[in-house]
Design a protein around this ligand. Sequence first.
Ligand code: ATP
Length: 252
Amino acid sequence: MAAPAQALLRAEGLSLAVAGRLIQRELNFDVRRGEILVLMGGSGCGKSTLMRHLIGLQTPAAGRVLYGDIDLAEAGEEQLAGLRRQFGVMFQAGALWSSMTVGENVMLPLREFTELDDDAAEQLARFKLALVGLDGAFDESPAALSGGMKKRAAIARAMALDPPLLFLDEPSAGLDPLTSARLDELILNLRDHLGTSIVLVTHELDSIFAVADRALFLDAKDKTMIALDAPRQLLETGPDTVRAFLRRKERP
Ligand SMILES: Nc1ncnc2c1ncn2[C@@H]1O[C@H](COP(=O)(O)OP(=O)(O)OP(=O)(O)O)[C@@H](O)[C@H]1O
């Protein structure tokens, strides 16, 4: 079945295996246009692995990932290249290339995927850096940036091609609460002002409640998703495991 019109992508009966070991099975969900979907669950439950499947870096053990009516695992090279322009990705390490300036890092996808000349690519990269609050950082070395600034620059790079869909794997990891809250604001801004749909892997309860329209809970014991709903709804009516996870500390 093709993904419904409002869905950007759909996971159908998706099973994930790593090194021959089944991590998750029978995942069924969609990512809707303009939503922020959080992937949550305990350490090692398979959040990053799921993200890698959603962007086609790993092939499902069973089931499929559909973008519209294109099955990621069956897409030809040309279709894949077209799809890859539709999403931006920030991996857990969020690594910028240290041998390049921040600006050159953001220009990388523009050089790889567009025909823009250097001047136009630079202008666009400066614009993206301004968008994440890093107006002055174009000529800096990544080493000169704070942890929060590095994450912002990595998001600017992921946004370089104006993707309608953005995947962010633990952008707040290692950041202090204030910096993490600023990153949440940025994520909400991208959605509210650019209409970007965002799939966000995070452990941070504050972030989950601040940004998620819906949160999908992967259970390590059951090896499948056990809840998908708005976080406040899950707090009220979710399964015990999910409520306990969300109640790790008092909510405002
Ligand atoms: N390259 C690998 N080789 C073997 N096992 C792996 C590999 N990568 C991940 N795993 C295992 O797969 C499972 C899922 O890992 P994954 O990183 O997706 O979980 P996660 O929910 O993102 O964890 P965390 O919250 O700690 O980042 C874990 O048990 C992990 O040990």
